[in-house]
Structures are given as C-alpha cells and as structure tokens.
Write a protein that binds this ligand. Structure first.
Ligand SMILES: Cc1cc2nc3c(=O)[nH]c(=O)nc-3n(C[C@H](O)[C@H](O)[C@H](O)COP(=O)(O)OP(=O)(O)OC[C@H]3O[C@@H](n4cnc5c(N)ncnc54)[C@H](O)[C@@H]3O)c2cc1C
Ligand code: SF4
Length: 210
C-alpha cells in the first residue's frame, strides 16, 4: 500500500502553488485518465489536488469573437454549447468523436489537453518506456506503432503528444501543454476566432490562471 495525500482546492492560486511545490503532486479533474494510471501503477503521485471545486467551468464569449473555455468545462458541455457548435464546429465535432458519452460527461477540457500519452507501452509497466521510466528504452520503436506520431518525434519517444482528439484541429496546442506541465495551468484557454475562417489555424492563444 502506498500512501497518497488528497486535497480539495479552494482557489486557483493555492492549487497551482501546491502542485508546483512538489513535482510528485498532480491535479485531479474528472479523473478519467489520472485514476486509471494510478490503478495501473503507471503514475505514482505523492498527492492529488482535486480542482473540481474551482469556478472553471465557464464557456465565455469574448468581445473579439473568441471563446474562453474554463479548464473544468466538461467535453460534452463544450461540444453542445451553441457558441461552439455554431461558430467553432470543428471543435464541437472533434470533441464528439472522442471517447464515449459517459467519459465526455466526466472529462474536463483541461484534463483532455493535459492527458498523458496513449501509447499502450506507456500503460504496460512490464515494457520499457522512456516516458514512464526515463532511460528504460522505447518499446514502440520496434513494436506496435501504427497510431504513433508522424511529426515531433525523437529517438526517445514517438508517441503522439498531446493525444487529444482536438489536436488535428489545433496544431498550436502543444505549446499550451508545455506551459501546463510547467505549472501555469489550471487554465481558462482562449480559442482564437481565426478558426471561423481558416479551420486549420485554430489556436489556443493563452492559458492564464484566473
Ligand atoms: C476509454 C477511453 C477512451 C478515450 N478516448 C479519447 C478520444 O478518443 N479522444 C480524446 O481526446 N481523449 C480520449 N480519452 C481521454 C479523455 O479525453 C481524457 O481521459 C479526459 O479528457 C481527461 O480529463 P479529466 O478531466 O478526466 O482529467 P484527469 O484524468 O483528472 O487528469 C488528466 C491529466 O491532466 C492533468 N490535469 C487535469 N486538469 C488539469 C488542469 N486544469 N491543469 C493542469 N493539469 C490538469 C491531471 O493531473 C492528469 O495528469 C479517452 C479516455 C478513455 C478512458
Ligand atoms: S513511444 Fe516509446 S517512450 Fe513514448 S510512450 Fe510509447 S513506449 Fe514510451
């Protein structure tokens, strides 16, 4: 049995501070990935900071035509929001194609962007995986890698990052992910209105604590 601390966040700033102070701590949102990985012993955080009490569920229309989507907005709520369906249909369609209705009701947008790689070797603790255990090797290089990345690979890892279904609709998302890994998220994220005219240039322009 491995002890793990659990805390419910009371405000964004202290949630970020708590997780940033210890790289072994992690945020918990819908739990649809994090709890699976915990059970499989793939991740072993010392503590979880449950961010569900935070007021980050908004889907807010901005004066410049963009949208600000809270980190805790559920995938299903974003997919059904009139502003998304009408003005950003590519986002709505990408979300509906992901996972299942039950998962989309639980899964948050922040968790979707921050989910870990979906390489099967990452989840198999008997296989070498540099992502899970740096220096152990990469089983996917010579293994089953049909669904792996075409761009942005390295000799150490060829997994698709981020693995979210939103990725093809937002090639600029990886920069947000990196920002998040450094501890600047929970987010609201701002989706540029540029996707109305040129869908392939959808971008999340900023992730800032609110
Ligand atoms: C069976 C199955 C099928 C799936 N199919 C798809 C699919 O087709 N397409 C797709 O895109 N996804 C798919 N997923 C992944 C799913 O979308 C994610 O599990 C979900 O979006 C994660 O959101 P969550 O709120 O549950 O995050 P959690 O599980 O709570 O967290 C996931 C990760 O994000 C971190 N995190 C959560 N919120 C934040 C935040 N605000 N700031 C910083 N870090 C944060 C957590 O620490 C953790 O590392 C699937 C998952 C399952 C289980
Ligand atoms: S591609 Fe290789 S290093 Fe990357 S997650 Fe999969 S097994 Fe691990």
């Amino acid at each position: 049995m491995r002890p793990i601390s659990y805390a419910r966040a009371t405000d964004v700033a202290s949630a970020i501070t708590t997780v940033s102070a210890d790289p072994e701590r992690a945020f918990l949102a819908g739990g649809t990935t994090e709890i699976d990985l915990l059970r499989l012993n793939v991740v072993q955080p010392s503590g979880l900071v449950d961010i569900n009490p935070l007021p980050l569920k908004q889907i807010q229309e901005l004066a410049d035509g963009g949208l600000r989507i809270g980190a805790l907005a559920r995938m299903s709520d974003v997919a059904e929001a009139p502003a998304v369906v009408e003005r950003f249909p590519m986002i709505a369609q990408a979300l509906v194609l992901g996972a299942s209705p039950q998962l989309r009701h639980m899964a948050s947008m922040g968790g979707n962007l921050m989910q870990r790689v979906r390489c099967s070797y990452f989840r198999d603790t008997l296989s070498p995986c540099n992502k899970r255990e740096p220096g152990s090797g990469c089983a996917a290089l010579e293994g089953i890698n049909r669904g792996h990345a075409i761009l942005g690979t390295s000799e150490q890892c060829i997994a698709t990052i981020p693995p979210t279904s939103l990725s093809p609709s937002s090639l600029s998302m990886p920069s947000c992910i990196l920002k998040g890994r450094k501890g600047s998220v929970p987010l609201p994220s701002t989706i540029s209105s540029s996707c109305q005219a040129t869908p392939r240039t959808v971008s999340i322009r900023s992730i800032t604590a609110s």
